[in-house]
Design a protein around this ligand. Structure first.
Ligand SMILES: C[S@@+](CC[C@H](N)C(=O)[O-])C[C@H]1O[C@@H](n2cnc3c(N)ncnc32)[C@H](O)[C@@H]1O
Length: 533
């Protein structure tokens, strides 16, 4: 397969901006990445005891993951690959500096299978990469062919609904003419977005995004040359079509479909259905991270309880053994990506793990003893989804139509009515179910518009009025509509752009200025009036 345009774009972007931007000397304590250990992941996925010397492939490794996986898997044979040579160089230097010698590096284009490393792998890690590829389904099918029979693929993709604000900032940057190709553009974008009012949801989305503090992170998040999100249905279908089954959702407990189905009274539905609700209501609080197995893998098994190999202390460096010794005497906490906050390990529990005693399967550092897999069926189709996604983001023509800046919030309110075949509870019932569990993102001075339930709580009357308007005609783009006071609105945008130094000089047509008006100046209104052009 020839190099695709997308691969060329990605090679250029991640060649200029290796990601993530982490200082070379930053140390990862050896007890921290325990959830990346193959034996632990195999256990959570029901694959039983992992090989003593597992083979791991990090497909699209960036600058940091090879080091983290090497620390988490001192006995593994690790192959780390990426399209970006500068990223590989940094990753190689990092591993050398931290004396992690069991990682081999190779340049690989995941869109071109002829470049892939040989053989099968017990763990394939593909984290934040699939949405950069021209044909994610083909790549996923290829990755599945490289899994051993009980092997695990850990996959991270961006969620469609929860990432809408990031996509809106990306759209703003594109309209402003800011790209990943100019060294100073991340700084220009940062200064532009942080000059928006404090109550602006795009400013909040940008500043609360951890990666926005460094330029490579701004490029990866907001100046990306072409990424995308997946709805939970799209992800479910992608896995099914690649003959993969979700075996363990690598989310904090809140994001486990089984738990949420129970809390929200959605039991009996599929994982795709429940995760779509979590994403739509902005409660996922993470990207989609799934550990999947081949459909033809042996049945799930539960091993007898055993200590996590990193905490049993029979592997690892002298420094690691000293860390365990400290835990044995004083206890300590270890970060947990699949739980809420850190896990606090008492000295007694640390001693039990080191002595090979692991009776308590509720201890996350114990392997075996219970099945951690999802009970719900993996996937159900939502056949009308692509039409629904188009309708949800369309501009509505009419007086007091819903503001496109809040389209993803309205989608949560409208889904039950728009698609009765999904058999969702009605809006009041849904809100009632969500509120006890809701953990609103809204932080003052943001009044509304970050999460559906908080918007509902604060603006219930306005939301109800807007929903009561029923279906309004759709427009295909900003060239087909006019705003009320269109000329003044466009002039307001021109003035704003002129006043901000550092923006590229470019000509804007009226449709672009109108869209910029919506993105920049309409955040304090749930509704806007659009007239046909
Ligand atoms: C968002 S970064 C994630 C890096 C790493 N997985 C992590 O989580 O830190 C995306 C990575 O995918 C790589 N990438 C993009 N397209 C690729 C392709 N076609 N083949 C291989 N790697 C690719 C980029 O070079 C970049 O390092």
């Amino acid at each position: 397969m020839a190099t695709t345009t997308k691969s060329r774009q990605m090679r250029r972007q991640y060649g200029n901006w290796p990601y993530p931007q982490v200082p070379l000397l930053a140390t990862l304590p050896s007890t921290h990445p325990w959830e990346l250990n193959v034996a632990w992941l195999w256990d959570r996925c029901g694959s039983g005891a992992a090989p003593r010397r597992p083979r791991i492939w990090i497909a699209g490794c960036g600058t940091f993951q090879p080091y983290a996986f090497a620390v988490a898997n001192p006995r593994a044979e690790i192959v780390a690959t990426d399209l970006s040579e500068p990223s590989l160089q940094i990753a190689r230097r990092r591993c050398a500096w931290h004396r992690q010698k069991h990682v081999a590096f190779a340049p690989v284009d995941l869109a071109d299978e002829s470049t892939w490393p040989d053989g099968e792998f017990d763990l394939i890690e593909c984290y934040g990469v699939l949405m950069n590829l021209p044909d994610p389904a083909a790549t996923l099918r290829g990755l599945r062919r490289r899994l051993t029979a009980r092997g695990v693929l850990r996959l991270m993709v961006y969620p469609h609904w929860s990432r809408q604000r990031v996509f809106q900032v990306q759209r703003l940057a594109r309209l402003l003419g800011l790209t990943a190709h100019e060294r100073h553009h991340p700084r220009v974008l940062r200064s532009f977005v942080t000059s928006l009012p404090k109550a602006h949801p795009l400013r909040y989305a940008f500043t609360s995004y951890a990666d926005s503090r460094n330029d490579a992170g701004v490029v990866d998040g907001f100046l990306h040359a072409g990424d995308r999100g997946f709805t939970a249905y799209q992800l479910g279908a992608l896995l099914r079509d690649a003959a993969l089954t979700p075996a363990f959702w690598f989310h904090r407990p809140w994001g486990q479909p089984d738990l949420m189905a129970e809390r929200l009274g959605l039991d009996g539905r599929s994982q795709s259905f429940v995760l779509d609700q979590l994403d739509l209501w902005q409660e996922l609080r993470s990207n989609f991270i799934v550990c999947a197995r081949r459909n033809d893998a042996p049945p799930r098994e539960v091993q007898p309880p055993t200590p996590h190999p990193l905490f049993a202390g029979d592997t690892g460096s002298l420094r690691h053994k000293l860390r365990l010794e400290r835990l044995r005497w004083f206890g300590g906490s270890v970060p947990m990506r699949t739980g809420e906050g850190d896990y606090v390990l008492a000295p007694q529990a640390a001693r039990a793990l080191r002595k090979g005693r692991a009776a308590d399967p509720s201890n996350p550092l114990v392997l075996g003893g219970r099945d951690h897999g999802p009970r719900l069926p993996a996937h159900e189709d939502f056949p009308a989804e692509s039409a629904w996604l188009r309708a949800a983001s369309a501009i509505r023509i009419g007086r007091g139509a819903r503001n496109p800046l809040y389209a993803h919030i309205f989608a949560a309110f409208e889904l039950a009515d728009a698609h009765p075949e999904l058999a969702l509870p009605d809006i009041d019932d849904q809100i009632g179910r969500w509120l006890p569990w809701a953990d609103p993102l809204e932080a003052r001075p943001i009044l509304f518009g970050l999460t559906p339930y908080a918007t509902w709580q604060r603006m219930q009357t306005n939301v109800r009025e807007l929903l009561a308007k029923g279906p309004l005609p759709h427009a295909d783009g900003y060239h087909e509509v006019r705003l009320l006071g269109d000329r003044q609105a466009l002039q307001r945008v021109r003035d704003r752009l002129r006043d901000h130094s550092g923006l590229p000089q470019r000509h804007f047509d009226d449709a672009e200025l109108r869209e910029l008006f919506v993105l920049l100046f309409s955040y304090d209104r749930l509704s806007l009036t659009f007239e046909p052009a």
